[in-house]
Structures are given as structure tokens and as C-alpha cells.
Write a protein that binds this ligand. Structure first.
Ligand SMILES: Cc1cc2nc3c(=O)[nH]c(=O)nc-3n(C[C@H](O)[C@H](O)[C@H](O)COP(=O)(O)OP(=O)(O)OC[C@H]3O[C@@H](n4cnc5c(N)ncnc54)[C@H](O)[C@@H]3O)c2cc1C
Ligand code: SF4
Length: 522
């Protein structure tokens, strides 16, 4: 498909930095709305059919592996654990689990007494979730067991593999509900996407295009509507003029620094790179970084707890056949207990062999014969992994380190420590998951206690400029033509995977921008 190209001297209506779960729907929606749009991504534009291998090491090329300094009491693992660097962003290697937040989470401070309220109403979000599920053609169950009524998923749920059935058996033995997982991979043909073939390479890119990543679901729409996608283009600084408006970005491509002019700049680089760029763009006027009059850029970094319990079954399970999380159960602690805040869900697991080795060596410290013995049980393994809500804390931060990267830009320092509530929630989930595995007679059960995943926060949205970075429309309080729209705007992370919410917010932001443009408010 031919792609329009914009000149650097031409100020485009919108310049979007990042093409992932937040950026790609923005680029597509704004271009379809008649705006001139250029999307920048530091990573390459892969063609999955030609360039993705069924090889876990080769696929490391999808991850953001540039240096990041980590510290705090629980330093985060970066790289593939936490973000992608490719057109399509982290969705190129995400696990496709596509869930809605529980309505209470949008007002968790007011209704549940913890975290922070969002400036969004859940009923409006419910409509945008429906639009996002349609855009991604989510394959899911006829009736989703939790939360308010929702329309049927566009595609039928995937068949369960043995690992998913074992989650169901364990949940039933415990008297709790479970369901096939709503997934962003098609269970029937869609345009150029054939149905999923259940080979399980989803977290290493999907070479068939069944996966409805941002690369597959939104980028072609964006190009068709006249947007330009500029890949391998790392933005190092947002320029702001003396009147306090953004005028464009400095970016490096093919070894040369360049400048692209724009009327509006939207940052969608995810929870680490977004604050890094805002902080690195400080000027005499904005000494603490752009959009930072609240002092909250880079603060309230959150992750989701991703601990797991694994065991061995007597029969073969072959857990790697199919997408990794084909069934799940959600648990809301405030339904039945009050000794910690927040919720979580847990999901069936199916790590590929190299991933499984890293659990054995990294989390369990097994080497030599013990490692070989463990790997021989691979086809009999079963596992459950949680996605749990960690609470916002201003001491968890992204700041600028003095070390510089290959472009000469100061790298991000990521500081993270779990709070007491986080630890209590994790222990509760681990014991519940262990009970579930015991109920299906798994043996040699062990816990993986150190895993986290899915970042959020660092440029939170809110109703008050004193305690938020952007408003409900993802528009900076300080610089009216600077916007942030990605996982960093989350005031809380909830207890389910985040990307459907990121995409729904991006789709809402497109509509809000179109309305503002009509009223002459841009
Ligand atoms: C292994 C793994 C599995 C996951 N599985 C799931 C799942 O099953 N379900 C779910 O909901 N979520 C999942 N996630 C999380 C999900 O992928 C992210 O939450 C989501 O993609 C974040 O969206 P985003 O738009 O904020 O950022 P991203 O999707 O990461 O996109 C950011 C993009 O910005 C680019 N960028 C950053 N800085 C710059 C710059 N300065 N210049 C140019 N480009 C820049 C990056 O290269 C990147 O492509 C998973 C994540 C991982 C790592
Ligand atoms: S299992 Fe399905 S979604 Fe995953 S890589 Fe294979 S075809 Fe793609």
C-alpha cells in the first residue's frame, strides 16, 4: 500500500510519538477524521509474514532493550518483560488478553477508599470498550461472567487447551467462576488475518497475522487514511516556543538529527519513555520538564503483580499449544475480605521452552542436572499467573539518569518498591492459585514470587491541574497543544491487563479532539 509522506517543513496537524496500544488508534482515528498525521516510532516496521521467526531468541528484536537504570527495593526487569520497540509497540509481542476495568476502579478513591479517582465515567468507557473490542475483533465468550452487561464479543471464543481446562477444573473445585479469555487474536478469518493456528508464539510476535496487534489492526487503517508512519525515528526532544506552545520534535533517523514541525504533539511512548521525553524536553520556562507544573511527571509509576504458581501433572498437558492465557478467573477482594485493597485475576499459562528455562534459572536458581530434570517435565507442567493491582505511590518514579544512550540522550532511571498492600495482595493470590492447582492434583508445586509486568502511571490524568498531568481528554494542563495518551495516563492500574483500556481511551481522545476542532478549541 503506498504511503503519504509529509515534508519536515510542513507543520502537520498531529505528530504522534509511539505507535502502540495508545498511539496507533490515535494515528488511525485522527487521519480518518481528516487531520494530517505523522506517527513516529523508534523501532522498526516489521512485516510478520516475512520477518518473524518461530525462534524465541531471534524475536528479542521486538523489545526495548536500550539501557535503563533500575533501582528501589524491588528493581523492575526491563526488556521483553516490560516494553516493545517496534511499529505497533508492545502489542506486537503482548499476550492479547483484552479485558475491561471494573466500573468501581474508575472511582476507586471515592467508592473503595484507595488509589485515585479517574476523571472518566465508567458508562462512557463502556461504550469505548465496545468500540475497541470491535476494532480489534476480540474473540470471547458469549457471556462474560463479571461486571455490567456488555454486547457479545465480535468473534467466538477460542477452543480451550488442556492448561485452560485445568484452570476451569480448579476454579470449579473452589466454587469460583471462570471463563474462556477474551483475546485479540481471531477465531475466524478477518481480512488478511487467518484464524489463529495455536502454535503459541504470541509473545514473540505472531508470524501469521492472526494476532490483532496495533500493527495489524490500526496501522494499515492509518496509512490508508493518509497518515505517515516514520519508523526507526527516535524522538529526543519536544520543542516549545516562547509563547509556550509545542512547535514540533527533534528526532534522529539514519544517524542524523532532524526536526518535524507540527501544530499538535501527542506523546504515546508508554510509562517509561513518555516521562523520559517530557523531562528531557525541559526549557528555561519549563525547568522541571514539559507538562510538569504538578510535579507529577514520572511519579506514581505502577506495575502489575505477575506472580505465578506452577506444578506438574501426571498426564501430558502441552501447555504451550495455543495462546498462553486461554482461560481466566477474576477475584475482587472487596467482595469477601478487607485486609488489603485492590483486585486481581489469574490466568492459565503456557510459556515456551526458553521462557520456561528463565523461570527455572532466574526465579528458582536451578542449574545443571536439576535444571535438566525439570525441563524434562515440560510437557506435563501446568501454571496459573496473576495480574494484580499495585497501588500508586509517588516514591515509585521514572527520572533522568546521567548515563546516556546510543543517541546521546539521558537514559531513564526506574525506581520501584512494592508497598505493604501490594505484598498482601500477592500473597493472597498465590495461596488461592496454589489451592486451585492442588484441587486438580498437581504435584511439585512451586511459586514464582518475583514477577511483575504491565506499566502504568507517570503522567496521570485527573480533574485538577494541581494533582494531575493531563485532563480527561489527555490534554496537558500547561501546554494546550501537547497531549499524552498511553499507559502513563492511568491514575490506577486495576487488576486486569491494561491495553484494552489504553486503546479505548485513545479512541475516546480522537472523538474529543474532533469535537474540539469543530468548536475551534484546538
Ligand atoms: C510480555 C508482555 C505481555 C503483555 N501482554 C498483555 C496482554 O495480554 N494484555 C494487555 O492488555 N496488555 C499486555 N501487555 C501490556 C501492553 O502491551 C501494554 O500495556 C501496552 O502495549 C502499552 O501501550 P502504550 O501505547 O502505552 O505503549 P506501547 O504499546 O509500548 O507503545 C509505545 C511505542 O512508543 C515508541 N517510543 C517510545 N519512546 C519513543 C521516542 N522517544 N521516539 C519514538 N518512539 C518512541 C516505542 O518504540 C513503542 O513502540 C503485555 C506487555 C508485555 C511486555
Ligand atoms: S497461537 Fe495464534 S495468535 Fe499466537 S502466534 Fe500462533 S497464530 Fe498467532
Amino acid at each position: 500500500m503506498p504511503m503519504r509522506q509529509y515534508s519536515e517543513d510542513e507543520a502537520v496537524d498531529f505528530l504522534v510519538i509511539g505507535t502502540g496500544a495508545g498511539g496507533a488508534p490515535l494515528i488511525a482515528g485522527l487521519a480518518e477524521g481528516g487531520f494530517s498525521v505523522v506517527g513516529f516510532d523508534a523501532g522498526p516496521w516489521f512485516r510478520p509474514l516475512e520477518e518473524f521467526a518461530s525462534d524465541e531468541q531471534e524475536q528479542n528484536k521486538l523489545y526495548w532493550t536500550d539501557t535503563r537504570v533500575v533501582d528501589g527495593a524491588n528493581p523492575m526487569v526491563m526488556g521483553g518483560k516490560n516494553s516493545g520497540k517496534a511499529v505497533g509497540g508492545s502489542t506486537v509481542h503482548f499476550a492479547m488478553v483484552s479485558l475491561r476495568f471494573r466500573p468501581d476502579w474508575f472511582k476507586s478513591r471515592t467508592t473503595l477508599g484507595y488509589g485515585a479517582d479517574w476523571p472518566l465515567d465508567w458508562r462512557e468507557m463502556w461504550d469505548y470498550y465496545t468500540k475497541a473490542e470491535q476494532a480489534l475483533k476480540i474473540s470471547g465468550p458469549v457471556v462474560y461472567p463479571w461486571g455490567p452487561k456488555r454486547p457479545r464479543y465480535p468473534y467466538r471464543a477460542h477452543e480451550l487447551n488442556s492448561a485452560a481446562e485445568l484452570l476451569g477444573r480448579g476454579a470449579e473445585a473452589m466454587g469460583i467462576r471462570w471463563t474462556p479469555t477474551p483475546l485479540a487474536t481471531v477465531s475466524a478469518p478477518r481480512g488478511d488475518s487467518p484464524p489463529c493456528v495455536y502454535r503459541g508464539y504470541c509473545r514473540f510476535g505472531c508470524s501469521t497475522n492472526a494476532k490483532q496487534s496495533a500493527l495489524v489492526a490500526f496501522v494499515p487503517r492509518a496509512v490508508k487514511a493518509g497518515a505517515e508512519i516514520r519508523d526507526l525515528a527516535m524522538v529526543g526532544r519536544i520543542e516549545v516556543d516562547s509563547s509556550g506552545r509545542a512547535t514540533g520534535v527533534h528526532y534522529i533517523r539514519e544517524g542524523k538529527w532532524r526536526f518535524q514541525r507540527a501544530h499538535n504533539v501527542i506523546v504515546a511512548g508508554y510509562a517509561v519513555e513518555t516521562p523520559r521525553l517530557l523531562l528531557a524536553s525541559a526549557t528555561d520556562r519549563y525547568r522541571d520538564g514539559l507538562a510538569n507544573s504538578s510535579g507529577l511527571v514520572g511519579k506514581n509509576l505502577m506495575t502489575q503483580s505477575n506472580q505465578a504458581v506452577f506444578g506438574t501433572m501426571q498426564q501430558e498437558v502441552r501447555w504451550n499449544k495455543g495462546p498462553p492465557s486461554l482461560s481466566l478467573t477474576e477475584h475482587w477482594n472487596y467482595d469477601d475480605r478487607k485486609d488489603f485493597s485492590g483486585g486481581y485475576c489469574w490466568m492459565a499459562q503456557g510459556p515456551l521452552p526458553v521462557e520456561w528455562v528463565t523461570v527455572q534459572t532466574g526465579s528458582r536458581g536451578l542449574w545443571g542436572q536439576k535444571l535438566i530434570d525439570e525441563m524434562e517435565k515440560y510437557n506435563h507442567q501446568v501454571g496459573l499467573k496473576m495480574v494484580g493491582e499495585m497501588l500508586p505511590d509517588e516514591r515509585n518514579t521514572v527520572t533522568l539518569d546521567d548515563e546516556v544512550d546510543q543517541y546521546g540522550l539521558r537514559v531513564a532511571r526506574v525506581t520501584y518498591s512494592w508497598g505493604d498492600n501490594d505484598k498482601a495482595l500477592i500473597q493472597h493470590a498465590l495461596s488461592q492459585m496454589q489451592t486451585s492447582l492442588e484441587a486438580v492434583s498437581a504435584t511439585d508445586i512451586f511459586r514464582q514470587e518475583n514477577d511483575t509486568n504491565h506499566l502504568g502511571g507517570t503522567a496521570r490524568m485527573g480533574n485538577d491541574r494541581r494533582n494531575s498531568v493531563v485532563n480527561a481528554d489527555c490534554r496537558s494542563w500547561d501546554i494546550p497543544n501537547l497531549w499524552v495518551c498511553d499507559g502513563s495516563v492511568f491514575p490506577t492500574v486495576g487488576g486486569v491487563n491494561p491495553s484494552l483500556t489504553i486503546t479505548a481511551i485513545a479512541m475516546r481522545t480522537v472523538d474529543r479532539i474532533k469535537q474540539m476542532a469543530k468548536r475551534g478549541e484546538l
